[in-house]
Design a protein around this ligand. Structure first.
Ligand code: GLU
Length: 441
């Protein structure tokens, strides 16, 4: 069975970059009738916060990305310690005591000599007496995994054939001096024990993958299929990493972006498939193929989500927005007409407020000097009683008759006087909604 996972660290709110990872893993699981695990990578007790766990669940729920189960790394620490013991037993784990400053110095020296800044494994040559002394002086060291210095190869679902020379990579630290289990070890143990079959994550994880493959093999686990998607950039190709904070899913939600605008975009952006608005999860799942994604950085413009949201809203029947419309104070008997008039003239549901304000309070009239008399004459002809959808037709016919104006010269000054705008919805439908004007008339 296909098993995928989305594994955020709850150290902040999730953003468009995380969504891409989550969605790809979700779509693979659903396409294959598999399982999608939400794994909370919370082994860092200082930076992990419960509010972010709640927040990311809320965001995924809003998007309709339902998970089959939740796993929390903080509840699985004994498994990671057992794996650490196993690595010690098979001679692939060693303790090292260099301080960050010492490591930095080593790196600088290597770089000066034109060598790659790879950990020199000095700790492997320590005698038992030296180790005891260091432990005594500095406390527990970090634990590093001893890589086999050979090439690590895999066929990546997006990047194709990858080959990394393990000798060019430092032996990864899997446990910190204070005993904290680090992500690399926890992730390997989870992926193996949970039977994860496909791992999709950002291309910033490629080197991690190389070391994780060796750790998995050392622990006797089955190596999943990996795919590394490119990272998002801004519309000009600029790095997005610093701006991701403002591209949090909850902020986009606040701004009125609709889930299907986000999902339709993120499920195809960077692939050879066109980005088209989808209005149901099934069609996103059906058309998804990880192999169609490219390795080049992917340009993303948050502004594109707004017209896409507008297009989605146009597809909605009144029932879908009835509560939003009622919340504005639109009377029930006017709701259908209000939606008919506004749906093609909004980008997000927030825009409904402005329209209702205009209808209920009246717009600031725009009347050109040369039209003043004409408009006054026309308004005097507005019929008594309730306006309905035929009012505009009968009224403008009467105005035409009396003033002799026709075409644009007749309609435009009236539209501007009533709505303050030169464009907008069909006036026949607008008129019954213009309650204040009616009261004035
Ligand atoms: N917690 C890791 C991250 O957010 C997960 C990476 C992975 O998918 O293995 O980067």
């Amino acid at each position: 069975m296909t098993i995928t996972r989305f594994a955020p660290s709850p150290t902040g709110y999730i953003h468009v970059g995380n969504l891409r990872t989550a969605l790809m893993n979700y779509l693979i699981a659903r396409k294959n009738g598999g399982e999608f695990i939400l794994r909370i990578d919370d082994t860092d007790p200082v930076r992990s916060k419960e509010e972010y766990v709640d927040g990311l669940k809320e965001d995924l729920t809003w998007l309709g990305l339902h998970w089959d189960r939740v796993e929390r790394q903080s509840e699985r620490l004994d498994k990671y310690h057992a794996a650490a013991d196993e690595l010690r037993k098979i001679g692939r784990f060693y303790e090292a005591w260099e301080t960050p400053t010492e490591l930095d110095l080593k790196r600088k020296k290597q770089l000066n000599m034109g060598k790659p800044p790879v950990y020199d494994r000095a700790a492997l040559n320590l005698s038992e007496a030296e180790k005891a002394k260091l432990r005594d002086e500095r406390g527990p060291g970090v634990w590093r995994f001893k890589l086999d210095q050979e090439r690590i190869e895999w066929k990546d679902g997006i990047l194709g054939d990858i080959s990394i020379d393990a000798a060019s990579v430092s032996d990864p630290v899997l446990i910190r001096g204070d005993g904290q289990i680090l992500y690399t070890l926890a992730s390997v143990v989870d992926d193996t024990e949970m039977g994860v079959t496909n791992v999709v994550r950002g291309s910033d994880h490629v080197t991690n993958t190389a070391t994780q493959i060796q750790i998995m093999q050392a622990l006797g686990g089955t190596v999943p299929t990996f795919a590394h998607h490119s990272l998002l950039t801004g519309p000009q190709g600029e790095a997005l990493s610093k701006r991701l904070g403002v591209l949090a899913l909850r902020d986009l939600r606040e701004r009125g972006v609709h889930p299907f605008a986000l999902l339709s975009t993120m499920a195809r952006l960077g692939s050879s498939d066109p980005i088209e608005l989808r209005t149901d999860m099934e069609s996103l799942i059906d058309g998804f193929d990880i192999e169609r994604f490219g390795s080049a950085p992917t340009k993303f413009d948050v502004e594109d989500l707004f017209p896409m949201t507008g297009r989605y809203l146009q597809t909605l029947p009144l029932e879908a927005v009835a509560s939003d419309i009622a919340a504005l104070g639109v009377p029930e008997d006017k709701a259908a007409l209000f939606w008919q008039v506004t749906r093609e003239n909004i980008t997000t549901l927030h825009d409904l407020k402005g329209w209702w304000q205009m209808f209920s309070e009246g717009a600031e009239p725009v009347i050109a000097d040369e039209d003043k008399e004409f408009v006054a004459e026309a308004l005097a002809l507005l019929p008594e009683g309730e306006f309905d959808e035929s009012t505009w037709g009968t009224w403008t016919a009467a105005v035409k008759e009396q003033t002799g104006r026709k075409g644009k010269g007749l309609f435009m000054p009236l539209r501007l006087a009533l709505t303050g705008k030169p464009h907008g919805p069909d006036m026949g439908a607008v008129l019954p909604l213009l309650q204040v004007v009616k009261a004035r008339g």
